[in-house]
Design a protein around this ligand. Sequence first.
Ligand code: AP5
Ligand code: MG
Length: 216
Amino acid sequence: MNIILLGPPGAGKGTQAARLESDRGMVQLSTGDMLRAAVKSGSPVGLQAKAVMESGQLVSDEIVSGIIGERLDMGDTDKGVIFDGYPRTAAQAEQLDAILAARGRTLDKVIELTVDEDALVERIVGRFTCGNCGAGYHDHFKQPKVAGTCDVCGHHEFKRRPDDNEDTVRTRMAEYRAKTEPIIPIYEARGLLAGVDGMADMDSVSKAIERILDAI
Ligand code: AP5
Ligand code: MG
């Protein structure tokens, strides 16, 4: 099964993709995570992407589609993939069709997390992750069970993303409205689109996604 999770910054794409990975053995392909790994490693892609990401704008279509194709060719995606944060432009949507067709795969569903933009800023500026295993937390919505200790791996250091500040979030949202929202009707016309209320609590969002996937 190959699905896309669509939604603006902070909609919960990463949160829900991680749950689908552990519940269904699907593989999360987050272009944001891959680009952050490239920035950290200092690779040529990372050097090109760093400043663009910190400004909240989009990295080039060629770079992100290139890393998606390479990742699919690494194997271990037989149980399916969740595209998280990709595609984000009409060109990327076309490139994804070609990438899947070349590998004998099809797109099964596009799930749009619908959210109230004002609440997203709070979600994003409160977000932090474990510095060791990457488990996600939030200042108000999901604190570690023992303060200062990761629930998953017991590590004590946490980190915040450099683009998770209010100014950059506004740019990221404007990019979403201008470049990503216009691809939603394309998938709707193909009968692939399903909407989920992303303002519900995390467990309710997960259940709604499970129901959609069970019906495929
Ligand atoms: P990316 O990493 O994809 O960031 P994004 O799209 O801005 O989305 P986020 O990761 O911020 O949000 P999310 O939906 O995953 O929310 P999360 O689950 O963490 O991209 C970063 C940058 O990389 C881009 O700006 C661009 O420069 C570049 N890039 C990436 N892909 C690209 C592409 N395809 N093309 C070009 N450039 C690209 O949740 C947020 C917080 O809310 C968490 O703290 C979580 O705990 C909490 N939360 C989640 N769900 C709920 C809920 N239901 N109720 C309450 N709290 C919740
Ligand atoms: Mg994310």
